[in-house]
Ligand binder design. Structure first.
Ligand SMILES: Cc1cc2nc3c(=O)[nH]c(=O)nc-3n(C[C@H](O)[C@H](O)[C@H](O)COP(=O)(O)OP(=O)(O)OC[C@H]3O[C@@H](n4cnc5c(N)ncnc54)[C@H](O)[C@@H]3O)c2cc1C
Length: 210
């Protein structure tokens, strides 16, 4: 197995009903099968093939707070449903995350939103850590209209989708990877695939254009 880090895919080239290869800045990469798992950039890569993927970015924020000698940080994961916030203990740090900001592909950090995350954390866990040294982060979640990922095949025989996991990409990563590995290898996945494919949307995956 070979990993090619930091090699952006510029486009997928097709040959009939198959994907022929990936055009990259380092030249063509040819494979037997291709899995599209490019997060919020998946639609842009699929579109030139005539495939419409209903995925948009929903920006989320996290604040990572050093626990230091504070005693009030939780040890288990906590979901604050009322404020749509989650809290995870990562060793000597407490991570608070939440919000869904629709700002297109702009992943920049809005300080007001980051502060809101911190304020919620401080209110819930007043002795949870050294809030002055919290580190902010923002990232884009690839969301679909029904918050279910796009998993499965496409009109191209050797192109598979593993994308659109929204707020739960880490949670579903292993299961999704297993399903795709089974499909690519010609095995029956252990879970029912109903309602997971892109064809569940009204326009679905259009038939290929010539
Ligand atoms: C604040 C926040 C908190 C979250 N908390 C949780 C949580 O607690 N639990 C959970 O399960 N999930 C959580 N998520 C969601 C999770 O991070 C996402 O669902 C997950 O990252 C999606 O994974 P992905 O691989 O599909 O997409 P991404 O993580 O976006 O990865 C896509 C990859 O494709 C690469 N790529 C894109 N275009 C190209 C190209 N043209 N060529 C080459 N590479 C390309 C990108 O560089 C990137 O590495 C959270 C998200 C946020 C923002």
């Amino acid at each position: 197995m070979e990993f090619r880090w930091n090699v952006p895919v510029l486009g997928l080239t097709r040959l009939g009903d198959r994907v022929e290869g990936l055009a990259t800045a380092d030249g063509m990469i040819i494979g037997d099968s291709y899995v599209l798992a490019a997060g919020c950039d998946s639609p842009a890569l699929a579109r030139p093939l005539g495939l419409f993927l209903p995925i948009i970015p929903a920006k989320g924020y996290s604040m990572t707070i050093p626990v230091a000698n504070h005693a009030g940080a939780p040890f288990v994961s906590i979901t604050d449903d009322e404020h749509k916030m989650v809290y995870s203990r990562l060793g000597d740090r407490l991570r608070a995350a939440g919000t869904a900001e629709m700002a297109g592909h702009d992943a920049s950090l809005n300080p007001a939103r980051a502060k809101m995350i911190l304020d919620h954390a401080r209110t819930l866990f007043p002795d949870g850590g050294d809030f002055e040294r919290a580190e902010p982060w923002a990232g884009l979640r690839p969301v679909t209209p029904d918050s279910v990922p796009l998993l499965g095949g496409t009109p191209f025989a050797n192109l598979w989708l593993n994308t659109g996991h929204g707020t739960l990409g880490w949670t579903m990563a292993c299961g999704s990877g297993r399903v795709i590995a089974d499909l690519v290898s010609g095995r029956q996945p252990e879970i029912a695939m109903d309602g997971l494919g892109a064809s569940r949307f009204r326009h679905g995956l259009p038939t290929m254009t010539a």
